[in-house]
Design a protein around this ligand. Structure first.
Ligand SMILES: *Cc1c(COP(=O)(O)O)cnc(C)c1O
Length: 438
């Protein structure tokens, strides 16, 4: 059974694809929270590596991947494209289901694709220290690994609910020498303020982001590596879709439907952006961003400027948002617990170029078990949203008899999330609706 489409090391993409010059609309610029005017570059480079800021507005279609970055990516890339033959058979669907499984690197998630180049830029620019946050822990792990590789210090504010639920990720960060504190922490006025109001607060990405910014602005030094949302992060993730496109060509296939889960939008961007120009050129291609119904930024949010953090200190981005003071319920798909979205995926959705769909978590876990038992992969609770939507589409094909080709991005493994499955088996998972949660 030949179900894997492989690439040679020499076929790994040499450049990332920048979608900005191909967008058929203008993006609204980030705003300065102090003036509400487009933010000056020098303010952004105080927070982020200069190259991250520069690439965020680049009009070059292809951005060469620096050689030291390629070398590190090549420790696990190119990632095979797999045809889910056993799943197809079990479902009895005429659909052809392909997936890119991004859980094979040491951190178990897609995020390392962007942490490596960001840490590399920081090192090149003379930086010594990374300060960042992490929801479920994958970005913290990716930052810790990339920091260690380039000889940088790394401090991570980890959302408290994950700090308690996912101690293995904590150990992994520490194994690579990172300093980890839970958020809300006692180390910043943002954290202390939240704790004063509610000592048992389990944290949120919005709070953790506020803590990182306060620490950097306090003069403690360091730059913020951001794991999603930014155009530059979406750019870095296009290596996933570029590989997939090449692999589909090798298989003589082209996708009818592309599916990725959507937290901040970067892994969805990674799988989908290299195909967007085809869609704009008339290909009848559907691209579906899947989010949790407990945190449905695209499907229930508003398209407007908003802050990225609870304390309203980040630059404002034009995006789909549930409001920066929204605290999502403590669900297991920690990486999808953000109130906002990537400005590019938001605008693509606003213009009807991509679709979005929100799924309740019990449905997501039910489907991910079907995948687990056939494809033998424990997918991350985040990625399970994409898997669930993919299976739903495949079953729709079974109903209509159409043999569509479906391409799914599986953004990471869930081996550290087995307690989520235990909660599902024990009937402890509730389908919290956004209206109820808010
Ligand atoms: C962080 C993360 C996500 C969500 O982030 P995006 O930027 O939307 O990709 C999804 N899956 C995994 C495994 C993650 O680590």
């Amino acid at each position: 059974m030949n179900n894997k489409i492989l690439l040679d090391a020499s076929e790994m993409p040499r450049a990332w694809y920048n979608i900005l010059p191909d967008l058929p609309f203008a993006l609204d610029p980030p705003l300065d929270p102090e003036t509400m005017q487009p933010i000056a570059t020098d303010k952004l480079v105080r927070l982020f590596p200069e190259k991250v800021v520069e690439l965020n507005t680049s009009r070059e279609r292809w951005i060469e991947i620096p050689e030291p970055v390629r070398e590190l990516l090549a420790t696990w890339r190119p990632v095979p494209l797999t045809r889910a033959l056993r799943l197809e058979r079990a479902l009895g669907t005429p659909a052809r289901i392909y997936y890119k499984y991004e859980g094979t690197n040491i951190t178990g998630s897609v995020k390392l694709n962007s942490a490596i180049p960001q840490a590399y830029y920081l090192k090149q620019e003379g930086g010594r220290r990374i300060v960042t946050e992490t929801g479920a822990g994958q970005w913290g792990c990716a930052s810790a690994v990339a920091a260690a590789e380039f000889g940088l210090e790394c401090k991570v504010f980890m959302v408290r609910i994950s700090y308690e639920q996912k101690p293995q990720r904590l150990s992994m960060m520490r194994a690579f020498g990172a300093e980890v504190v839970f958020s809300p922490s006692n180390e910043t006025s943002v954290g202390r303020g939240v704790i004063a109001r509610n000592p048992a607060h389990k944290g949120s990405l919005g709070i953790a982001i506020g803590e990182v910014l306060e620490e950097i602005r306090s003069g403690a030094g360091g730059k913020y590596l951001f794991g999603s949302i930014l155009n530059t992060v979406c750019l870095h993730q296009t290596i996933v879709g570029l590989e997939a496109k090449l692999q589909m060509e090798k298989a003589g296939e082209y996708p009818d439907i592309i599916i990725g889960c959507h937290g901040g939008g970067s892994n969805f961007a990674g799988i989908a952006f290299p195909f967007v120009a085809d869609k704009l050129g008339g290909k009848p291609l559907r691209m579906i961003a899947v989010e949790p119904s407990a945190c449905p930024s695209l499907t229930k949010g508003q398209f407007r400027y908003d802050y990225g953090d609870l304390s309203r200190t980040t630059p404002l981005l034009k995006m789909y948002t549930l409001g920066c003071d929204f605290t999502p319920p403590a669900m297991h798909a920690g990486g999808l617990r953000h109130h906002g979205s990537s400005p590019i995926t938001a605008a693509l959705y606003h213009h009807g170029i991509i679709e979005a769909k929100a799924l309740p978590q019990t449905h997501v876990f039910k489907r991910s078990l079907e995948f687990l038992k056939t494809e033998m992969i424990v997918v991350a609770p985040e990625a399970a949203h994409a898997v669930a939507a993919g299976i739903d589409e495949a079953l729709e094909c079974k109903r209509t008899g159409e043999a569509k080709t479906i391409l799914i991005c599986i953004s990471g493994h869930g081996l550290f999330d087995m307690s989520a499955y235990d909660d599902y088996f024990a009937g402890r998972l509730k389908d919290e609706d956004y209206a109820v949660a808010a």
